[in-house]
Design a protein around this ligand. Structure first.
Ligand code: ZN
Ligand code: ZN
Length: 348
């Protein structure tokens, strides 16, 4: 089968034309025919073999791809929740469902987590054999391309859940209008936020954010004041989501908050940042929370319901579709004028 592989601990990826088709599923596994797989910033990092990608301790060689959907073609012994013909989307975090965190309902931060497409063969291929515990069964007729976006949209949904507060009437600022930042903006608006402001250097992404109903600002020397001017009479925003992973995003986001506002760390960069705890946590009373992955499976249930009821249009975030052969082009698109880029393995 065709696949995109990371074979050696060096920059680059390999398009393989005749990889043996993925194996029959072992007990507890399912085999799926991949319908669509979404390309993400992590894939670009793996391709370039950046320090952040190396920190994942990749298990090479590996078939890449960790956001996607498909149809079950075979199930292993003991699998009762899935049968051939079922449509599924996969969580990239393969939890053990056995460790302490899993036992208290925190499977998204499982102590023995494996990552699809980084530690086990992933979705940039025609077929993928994977633990059934990482699969979410889609309702009948759920569009498979939109399903490939449930993983990254889930990051956004979980970030909103992490604030522990409703968005209704809130003024919200987001630094970084990559796909996750844009999903946060979309969901915050759906949740009733009064105003959503995104701060993003790329003009195409700013325009995209505005087309979705957000106010978009360019980061600049005096951006902090310009942002604060949009926050109304509360002395700052109620909630700030840092979704860029860029060190400057931290300062922009936290300084945009009102007293007793909430800071949510979503993107994560490579370098530590400094924080004056006395000023921000004591005097200003800022609450800081971090968000990682998605809740299994409450995040998924909420998103699937929004899509199924026509309240959330994930297709609107798909800007490009490529074949496996065109994967290098997909990586180029990622750092340019695009939102979500899908790889369609069956396309030629
Ligand atoms: Zn990803
Ligand atoms: Zn676990």
């Amino acid at each position: 089968m065709k696949a995109i592989r990371k074979e050696t601990p060096t920059p680059g990826v390999t398009f393989v034309k005749n990889l043996p088709e993925s194996a029959h599923p072992l007990p507890g596994q399912i085999k799926i025919a991949v319908a669509a797989a979404s390309v993400c910033g992590t894939d670009l990092g793996i391709a370039r073999y950046t320090p952040a990608a190396q920190a994942f301790n990749l298990k090479l060689p590996v078939t890449m791809g960790h956001e996607g959907s498909g149809t079950v073609v075979e199930v292993g012994e003991g699998v009762t929740s899935f049968k051939p013909g079922d449509d599924v989307a996969l969580d990239s975090h393969i939890a053990c469902f056995d460790c302490y965190q899993c036992s208290i309902g925190n499977a998204h931060i499982c102590d023995r987590m494996q990552l699809l497409g980084l530690h086990v063969d992933g979705l940039f291929a025609e077929f993928c054999t994977v633990s059934a515990s990482a699969a979410y069964k889609l309702p009948q007729g759920f569009p498979l391309e939109a399903a490939a976006l449930l993983e990254p949209a889930g990051v956004a949904m979980h970030a909103l859940q992490s604030t522990g507060e409703p968005m209704l009437g809130k003024r919200v600022v987001i630094t970084g209008a990559g796909p996750v930042g844009l999903f946060i903006a979309e969901l915050a608006k759906l949740g009733g936020a009064a105003k959503v402001v995104v701060v993003e250097p790329n003009p195409w992404r700013r325009a995209f954010a505005e087309s979705r109903g957000a106010v978009a600002l360019e980061p600049s020397e005096n951006a902090s004041q310009a942002i604060l001017d949009l926050s109304g009479n509360r002395g700052g925003f109620d909630v700030a989501f840092e979704a860029s992973g860029h060190p400057s995003g931290f300062g922009t986001a936290i300084n945009a908050l009102r007293k007793a506002g909430t800071y949510v760390s979503v993107g994560f960069g490579n370098a530590p940042v400094e924080l004056d705890m006395g000023e921000y946590l004591n005097r200003r009373g800022i609450t800081m929370v971090g968000s990682f992955g998605r809740r299994l499976w409450s995040t998924w249930d909420l998103l699937v319901a929004l899509v199924a009821e026509g309240r959330l249009d994930l297709d609107a975030f798909i800007t490009h579709r490529v074949t496996l052969e065109e994967f290098d082009h997909a990586l180029e698109l990622l750092s340019g004028d695009s939102c979500k880029v899908l790889v369609i393995p069956s396309a030629v």
